[in-house]
Structures are given as C-alpha cells and as structure tokens.
Design a protein around this ligand. Structure first.
Ligand code: AMP
Ligand code: ZN
Length: 469
C-alpha cells in the first residue's frame, strides 16, 4: 500500500511502526457552527483511509479531536449570551449527527481540547525547561522557532525565507516576541473569556499545542499518520511537529496526509461570498451517501468543485449501485437454497478480478475514483450475468462482493430492511400460536424469516426473548 507523504513529497510504501497496527490522528473541526461541506471532505477521506486499513487487517487507533476553545466559539457565545461550553456542546452533537449521516465511523477517541488542559500545561512546561519556549512579561508563552533546526520541513519552507516574510508581517503588540516567527503556546485571558490557571497566567492554550498533546495522550509519542486539510500544513502542522519533536525527542508522525480543498462553482467557499453550504443543508436535498459518493469520485489530493450538476450525477451513479444490489438481493431471496452451476461458479471466481482492481486502486494512494470504477465494472457484470434463470447462490456471491467493496468506501449498497418492534412481536406471537398447533414447519419458517432480518430469538422459561444482531 502506497500513500503520498507530504513530508517527503513522495508516494511511499506504508510500513506501520508496529506490525498490524495503525496509529492515526486527524485534526477535527472547530465547533462554533454546523460543519460545512469543506469540513466533510477530510472526514470522509480519512474515514475511508481508516476503513481500507481495517479491510487490510490493521487494527486502527483513530483519534480525531474537537477544537472546543477558540475565538470564534467565544464570539458566538457572546452573541447568543450563552457560555462557550454550550456552543461547543451543541455543535459537537450536531457534527456527530452529520458524521453518522455520511457514514463516518466514530473515532476510537474524540478528545476535546478543554478536557486536556493539564497535559497542555505539562508539555509547555517541558518545552520551557528544555529551552524551546519562554514566557513573556504578560504571561504569554511563545515557542522559540529558531531553536528547532528542522522547522519548515513539512511545508518545505526555508527558515531564512520564512524569517524575512515574518519580519515584514510583524504586527504591533508582538514586540515581546524574541523573534517574529515565534508562535503562541499559551495566552492570557481577556475579559469574559474562558480561562484556566497556569504557572504563567490565567489563560488558555494556543491551537497548535492542543493537537500535539491529544495525539501524544491517545496515540503515544510516535504515530503512523497525521492528517487534515492542506490549509493545515502551515503553520498548524509545522508547529505541531516543532512542539512534539522538541518535547519528546522523537519523530512525531511518519506519514503526513493532506486533502485538497473543496470549492463551490469554481470559487473558494466563504461566508463573505455567500456560497457557504452546510452538510445539513445538503441533507435536506439528498441522502448524505450522495455527498460521500461525490467526494470519493475524485482524488483526495485534487481540488474538487462542488456543483448542483455534479451532485445530481453522483445521485444517479449511486442509484446504479443500489439498484444492482437490490436486484441481486431479490434474486437471492427468490431462490435461497440453490447451488451454483459450474458455469456460475466460474463467473463468481472471475468477479474476484474486480476486487483485485479495487485493491490496486486503493493501494495506489487511495485512488477512490478508480476504486469506484472497479465497483461499476462489477455492477455491470452483475447486471448482465444475473438473470431470472440464475441461482440465488450466484446472486448472493456477487452481492457479497459488491456490499464488501462499498463498505470499504463507507457506501451502503444494500439498505437494511427496517423491521419495527411491533412487527417482530406480532411474528413471535404467530410463531407461538403455530407451535401450539404443532405446526413446527411454520414456527421454524418464522424464526428463519426473523433471523434474515437480523433478529435473534431465544426461547427461555419466561417466554421468547429477542434481540437485534
Ligand atoms: P476547521 O474547522 O476550519 O479547523 O477545519 C476542520 C477541517 O476541515 C480541517 O482539516 C480543514 O483543513 C478542513 N477544511 C476546511 N475547509 C475546507 C475546504 N473548503 N475543503 C477541504 N477541507 C477543508
Ligand atoms: Zn490539529
């Protein structure tokens, strides 16, 4: 499996630090609003990376934070006359709903910056003790950039160039910095802002230190993959590397992955242009699976343009997959106890070719567009080869492949048939009645029918109990 590493600007073979395991950190959203479709891009992309790693047999420890203390959150809280906590709690809940709609798996851990302040203070203190950071007179703590020789290695910026750029950009109020490049680790509170006690002043952490600390706490000092949108390469990720490597004395992350930006109608998405779309708005018009398909139909390192036409095209394409799956399911259910003919068995083996193509595409830096092309080849193959004359077993074999590949991409090919509690209980009552009449064939039939819908029955002394599988 190869992936493009921003650090080396090369596609590299993925070799985990620990065999069979992947430690992965993805910078999450700042929660002051509903997430927009730009934020959805890294969520969908890196969830797909995770799913593919899991498909390959890796155990993935996937950590993604919520930035829940920030100027924008505080501003919103003041506007609404509520606490910053109320704003972040609200938008974390809303974000989780959108993630579920896009079939993004919950992270192994979703740390929140405000719950990790002690770790941040500790890391800042270590950096001060080691000479990599210094407190200024007002209690602001800065990172001493020049002290870290490798600063700029991720963004491929040269320290001298950076320095001259920063000098011309120097803003007033920052004279207390030793050097214009130095960045904030801890800042004093302003009136009405949330704050924490620290050895330097009552205040709050800078944004960059949050991720260094959360990554270390939940994944360890060295991790396999650190990821986010390309706007984070500089300064956010560059600063994370400086902090973590100076504090821990180890390489922070082996691979750095960045998704390109999502634009709308070929323009940058921004509030001032009024072309800002939230995931929630999209969900009013489409199943969010369509948004997921749209994102995966492009390479994650290419800029992607959002348009109504492309969403319609994505909807139609996704329908072709779900229609094919429904068709296979119908065939499978129509002839459940059949055995594949010899010819069908050969065709089922041939269909493995699409799995191979799919894997080759994904192994090549997660080329999800080509992986989808392999899925469509399978769809076409199934549509032409599974007919009224086919056995259910053959339909089942192709359906299993289709569902499996879609699942790696987080696309749901076959919607589970929803069965309501009331329907289950009615069927159980009917089964009991059939048993009383010694009609065991019908009773077994009902049990099997429920099992197919994922309902498991258990006969106990207190009666029949059931649970969803
Ligand atoms: P933020 O809430 O701005 O910190 O962003 C959360 C994540 O969304 C980061 O990984 C950003 O890089 C990413 N992101 C923000 N806007 C876009 C966009 N238009 N296209 C792609 N990714 C984006
Ligand atoms: Zn981060």
């Amino acid at each position: 499996m190869k992936l493009f590493n921003t650090l080396t600007r090369k596609k590299e073979e993925f070799v985990p630090l620990e065999e069979g395991k992947v430690r992965m950190y993805v910078c999450g959203p700042t929660v002051y609003n509903l997430i927009h479709i730009g934020n959805a891009r890294p969520m969908i992309i890196f969830d797909t990376v995770r799913r593919y790693m899991e498909y390959k047999g890796y155990e993935v420890n996937f950590v993604s934070n919520f930035t829940d203390v920030d100027d924008k959150i505080i501003k919103k809280a003041i506007e609404e006359g509520v606490s910053a906590d109320e704003i972040s709690n609200r938008y974390i809940e809303e974000c989780k709903k959108d993630m579920a709609g896009m079939n993004v798996k919950p992270a192994t851990t979703h740390p929140r910056a405000t719950q990790e302040i002690d770790g941040m203070i500790q890391m800042i203190q270590t950096l001060i003790d080691k000479g990599y950071a210094y407190p200024a007179a007002d209690g602001t703590v800065y990172f001493r950039v020049k002290q870290f020789q490798e600063y700029g290695k991720l963004s491929h910026k040269n320290l001298d160039d950076l320095q001259s750029g920063f000098r011309s950009l120097q803003v007033s109020g920052e004279e207390q910095k030793e050097d214009p490049m130095d960045f904030v680790l801890w800042k004093p509170k302003k009136e009405g802002e949330p704050y924490w006690e620290s050895p330097w002043c009552q205040g709050r952490p800078g944004w960059h230190i949050e991720c260094s600390v959360m990554s270390k706490k939940y994944l360890g000092e060295e991790i396999d993959i650190h990821a986010g949108g390309e706007d984070l390469i500089f300064p956010h990720h560059e600063n994370e590397i400086a902090q973590s490597e100076c504090c821990n004395g180890k390489i922070f992350a082996k691979y750095w992955m960045h998704n390109a930006f999502l634009n709308i109608d070929n323009k940058k998405m921004s509030k001032s242009l009024g072309n800002f779309r939230t995931v929630r708005e999209i969900s009013e018009q489409y199943d969010l699976q369509v948004l997921r398909f749209f994102m995966l139909n492009a390479h994650y390192r290419s800029p992607l343009n959002f348009s109504a036409d492309l969403m319609e095209a994505s909807k139609n394409a996704l329908d072709r997959i779900t229609d094919a799956a429904a068709h296979l399911k119908d065939r499978q259910d129509a002839a459940p106890d059949s055995v594949m003919t010899q010819q069908e068995a050969a065709k089922a083996v041939e269909a493995e070719l699409f799995v191979k193509k799919f894997e080759e595409a994904m192994d090549d830096d997660f080329n999800t567009a080509d992986a989808l092309a392999a899925v469509f080849e399978l769809v076409k193959y199934a549509n032409t080869n599974v007919t009224e004359a086919s056995t259910g077993a053959f339909a089942k074999a192709l359906l299993e492949i289709l569902v499996k590949l879609c699942d790696v991409l987080g696309l749901i090919a076959l919607k589970k048939e929803e069965i309501l509690d009331k329907e289950i209980e009615d069927l159980i009552a009917e089964r009991q009645a059939a048993r009383k009449e010694k009609n065991f064939a019908r009773a077994d039939e009902i049990r099997d029918e429920l099992l197919k819908k994922g309902i498991i029955l258990k006969d106990t002394r207190e009666g029949v109990k059931w649970k969803r599988a």
